[in-house]
Design a protein around this ligand. Structure first.
Ligand code: AMP
Length: 372
């Protein structure tokens, strides 16, 4: 595995052809900080994509977008213990480092033209005023940051039961304890804490998150706004559309790997329920009606499974319609110009799946710093 050279020999000098297949892996904070200082000294903009690995096309689309827009991109691969409660799936969460690196190399092997141009992720890409020239010749546009738990949590301590944790925690009260945060009480504290650490470590100019986890992305924008943080500025924290299975519409997720073939067949019901809610929104229905419509779609699927004698157990957790800035639930009829989200979580067997659709706005059009 590639180890970054010491301070005296800048690590980034490589030919483009090797840069396409050779993605540097940074393990320590010291290496990362030297790499970042060098990028800054040369005026190279850096994009960051935080992930827990087990990569799929949704993650790769975030890489495409960042590599498309910035000369240098850091993808972090770190399974963050603090966002898993003690009873959750930290131990079982897929850890596929070598496979992840193969996928990233495969993406970069498509060549700079394929990666850097023409893979329009969103309208935003097509509107880019000038194409990113790419990294200086010989450098990989992509670097992986794969820290250890000790690097990310130097005080160690209790990392799963956060009420017992001694050390810094980041909690966005009022935003982090509703919806996903109500179902998973320490989840957003863990997410906000680890992302703050990653933002502090990488000091990215831009960061990329998926609409798939919309509450997370919006909450992080609010966090950056409230803490007056500049790495990234809230408006440079980008939310890109959810990547879906093109046949079923199922949102890609690392947790889909837990699903049996029969469960995989049932899982797209969540997307169908949200689509039904969106149709109701398009027909000027109230938030309450949208929730009824979504809940009914899941109930009908439950009934269909029961009648068919299926072994798949489907259990809705919640549906919600909420304002994208305040996270206030919407039960009345939305007004013109309201920017809302309809989101939901369902258990398919032992796997909890989440998904959402945006109502009245699109991914990549948000600037929370101006309208929170
Ligand atoms: P994860 O490691 O899967 O928790 O997520 C890392 C990043 O990838 C987060 O910003 C997610 O929202 C994003 N992501 C995960 N799945 C998708 C998807 N299907 N489409 C777009 N982004 C995604």
């Amino acid at each position: 595995m590639f180890a970054l050279a010491p301070r005296s020999a800048p690590p980034l000098a490589r030919t483009y052809s090797s840069a396409r297949t050779h993605i540097p892996v940074i393990r320590s904070l010291g290496q990362l900080r030297r790499w970042r200082a060098e990028a800054r000294s040369r005026g190279l903009e850096v994009g960051l994509i935080p992930t827990m690995g087990a990569l799929h096309d949704g993650h790769l689309n975030l890489v495409r977008a960042s590599v498309n827009r910035h000369p240098l991109t850091v993808m972090s691969l770190f399974v963050n213990p603090t966002q898993f409660a003690p009873h959750e799936d930290l131990g079982a969460y897929p850890r596929t480092f070598e496979g992840d690196m193969d996928k990233l190399r495969g993406l970069m092997r498509q060549g700079p033209a394929a990666v850097i141009h023409g893979l329009g992720i969103s309208e935003y890409d097509r509107r880019l005023p000038r194409p990113n020239p790419g990294p200086p010749a010989g450098e990989s546009p992509l670097v992986v940051f794969a820290p250890t738990v000790e690097t990310m949590y130097p005080l160690r301590g209790e990392l799963q039961n956060l009420s017992e944790h001694r050390g810094a925690k980041v909690h966005v009260q009022g935003w982090g304890d509703v919806m996903e945060g109500a179902s998973r009480p320490q989840f957003f504290t863990g997410v906000a804490t680890v992302c703050t650490k990653l933002f502090n470590a990488v000091e990215p100019d831009h960061a990329y998150f998926g609409q798939k986890d919309i509450q997370q992305a919006l909450l992080l924008k609010i966090l950056q706004t409230d803490l007056l943080s500049a790495h990234p500025l809230p408006e440079n924290l980008h939310i890109l559309p959810t990547t879906r299975d093109k046949d079923t519409g199922l949102a890609l997720s690392s947790r889909n790997a837990y699903l049996s073939p029969a469960e995989l067949g049932v899982a797209p019901v969540l997307q169908r329920a949200l689509q039904a809610a969106r149709s109701a929104f398009d027909n000027c229905a109230s938030g309450a009606t949208m929730l009824e419509v979504a809940t009914r779609v899941v109930a009908q699927e439950q009934e269909r499974l029961r009648v068919a004698g299926s072994e798949v157990v489907l259990k809705p957790d919640y549906f919600e319609v909420f304002d994208r800035n305040s996270f206030a639930p919407v039960r009345g009829t939305p007004g013109p110009g309201d920017k809302l989200v309809v989101s939901g979580a369902v258990w398919v067997g032992g796997t909890r799946l989440i998904d959402n659709l945006l109502l009245g706005w699109d991914a990549e059009t948000l600037d929370v710093s101006n309208d929170v």
